[in-house]
Design a protein around this ligand. Sequence first.
Ligand code: SAM
Length: 302
Amino acid sequence: MARFDDGRPEMSVEEFRLLRDHVYSHCGILMHEDMKFVMERRLWPRLELLGLPDYGAYHRYLRYDANRSAELEAAVESLTTHETYFFREPMQLQSFTDELLPALQKRNARLKRLRVWSAGCSSGEEAYTLAMILKDSGRFSDWDVEVHGTDISRRVLALARRAEYGPSALRATSRELQERHFAQLAPNRFGVRDDVRAWVSFGHLNLLDEAGSQLVPRMDVVFCRNVLIYFDLAARQKFLRIVRDRLVPGGYLLLGHSENLLSLGADFEFVHLRGTWCTGGPSWTTEPSGEHPGCHHRIGHR
Ligand SMILES: C[S@@+](CC[C@H](N)C(=O)[O-])C[C@H]1O[C@@H](n2cnc3c(N)ncnc32)[C@H](O)[C@@H]1O
C-alpha cells in the first residue's frame, strides 16, 4: 500500500470506487473520479479516530461493523457541503413572494393552512428565511403555518434548532430584515426571533429514503435548492418520485438556479417564474391546477 510522506495511507482507485458506491447508494451523493483526493482527505480523520490502517479497512468497517450506520452518517457528514445563508437567491424568493404566495393564499383560503418544506435545509437559514417571507407577506397571520426543514446531517440540524448565527449567514440580509427578525445576542451573534421560530421545525431525513419520507406531511411548497447538484440522474429521479408523492395536488417544487429537471421527463409541469429567469437559471414548479397567475410559460399538468 502506498503512503504519503507523513505516513497517511493513499486511497487506491479500487478503494475509492468501493467507498464512492457505498456512499452513493446510501444518500445519492455522487463523487466523480477526480474527487478521489477530496474523499481521501475528508475521510482520513475517520480512519485515524477508528485506528484503521487504510481505506480498504474503512470500507469493511462501513459494511460490516456493528457501528456501521453511525459511521456511515459520520462519513456522509464529512463528505457533504453545507454552505447556505439567509435570503439566498433573492430573485427566486421575490418570485415566490409575488407570484406564488397570492396563488397559495387563494387556494388554501378555506383551510387556512400552509405547509412549506425546506428539503436539505442545512443549518436552517433557508427554512427561517421562508418563515420570515411568509410573515412579512401579511397574508397568513391567522393561518396554521408550518415550515419544515430536513437534512441528512444531524450536526447541521442541531445548529438549525439553536437558531443562532454569525455575520456570514446574514451577508445577504438587509439591515431592515435583520432588525425585524433577529435579536443581537453578542457583537457577532444573532438569534432568530421567537415568532419566526414558532413556525419552523426540523427533522432528520435522507431525501432518498422512501419509507422515511412517508412521515413528512403533504406539502404545499417544497424548496430543494443546492442539493440535487450532488446527485446523479438516477438519484434525482428517485428524489422526484418521493417529492411528487409528498406534494399536495397543485403544490410547487422550487430548485436552485443551477438545477433543472428538463432531462428527467418527470410527472411534473413546469412554470417559469419571472425572478428565476433573471438569475439565469430556470426553477421548476409543479402546478396542476391551471390557475397560476402571471406565469410566463407553463406546461399543462399530466
Ligand atoms: C449546500 S446545502 C444547501 C442548503 C440550502 N438548501 C441552500 O440552498 O442554501 C446542501 C444540504 O443538503 C444536504 N443533503 C445532501 N444529500 C442529502 C440527502 N440525501 N438527504 C438529505 N439531505 C441531504 C446536505 O447535508 C446539506 O446540508
